[in-house]
Design a protein around this ligand. Structure first.
Ligand code: IPE
Ligand code: IPE
Ligand code: MG
Length: 249
């Protein structure tokens, strides 16, 4: 239950996207290796998935590794890849049991084979699940997503699958990695930075943005409720004026 019962009757976001930042600093504060922060971060992932499932938030999209994160020291990158594979090993049964569909966005072909194989198995096993969609952004970059969509649209135009008149926002969006997902309603970023860091650039056009100083491993159910309550206190106008939203005529 939300700590604020007045707000609990108001609408929940359908799609929450999270930039899970602050694992490294969480570990540093405790004089631990950065990877320990990522390990603790995996526990927060489990909590966030469970929160969404229990509260009927149908889409959760987690930024786990950006295109730019490949530039980190090799030991951190390989540690993260191992953690990812271990996460799938330990969580897949639970995810499947809870009727959650596993999905990924990003440049999957850049991931090491052992991770790709695990992902492939998880995608296949959960493909018919309907209660919730858990999308993990891996080697994901918003700009890369847009450029790759533009190239696909180009190919479709060249082969005559599309004509110039067919091109619309909706058609263009259908060539993005997120084709099967609605746009996020709420973006949460932990870790104190106030930036998007090349996450879903196109898709976040009208998302409500929520930033917290809390580090990702500390982000718990109460933190999630705070973000949801903030979301529910906002008026989403989508360019219109307040009166049009109150009486939608
Ligand atoms: C986010 O935590 C996780 C990834 C980017 C993989 P960071 O590793 O960026 O943690 P900080 O920002 O250094 O604290
Ligand atoms: C964003 O965090 C990417 C993920 C959480 C996966 P970063 O730590 O990479 O972002 P910057 O470098 O601070 O912008
Ligand atoms: Mg960071």
């Amino acid at each position: 239950m939300s700590p604020d019962s007045d707000l609990s009757t108001k609408v929940l976001p359908t799609h929450v996207a999270i930039i899970m930042d602050g694992n490294g600093r969480w570990a540093k504060k405790r004089f631990m290796p950065r990877l320990e922060g990522h390990r603790q971060g995996a526990k927060s992932v489990r909590r966030a998935v469970e929160f969404c499932r229990r509260n009927g938030i149908k889409y959760l999209t987690l930024y786990a590794f950006s295109t730019e994160n490949w530039l980190r020291p090799e030991s951190e990158v390989s540690g993260l890849m191992k953690l990812l594979s271990q996460f799938i090993d330990s969580e897949l049964d639970e995810i499947h049991k809870n009727d959650i569909k596993f999905n990924i966005i990003g440049e999957a072909d850049r991931l090491p084979t052992f991770v790709r194989n695990k992902i492939q198995a998880a995608l296949e096993r959960t493909s018919n699940n309907r209660t919730m969609v858990l999308t993990v952004a891996l080697s994901y970059g918003g700009r890369q997503d847009i450029v790759s969509a533009a190239l696909k649209v180009h190919d479709a135009l060249m082969t005559g699958k599309l004509t110039r008149e067919d091109i619309s926002e909706g058609i263009f969006a259908s060539y993005l990695n997120t084709v099967s997902l609605p746009d996020p309603d709420l973006l949460i970023r932990t870790g104190g930075e106030i930036r998007i860091s090349n996450f879903l650039l196109w898709q976040l056009a009208y998302a409500e943005l929520y930033f917290t100083d809390q580090l990702w491993p500390d982000f718990d159910e109460q933190s999630f409720w705070r973000a949801i309550d903030e979301f529910r206190s906002r008026q989403r106008r989508f360019g219109k004026i307040s009166e049009q939203i109150k009486s939608p005529l």
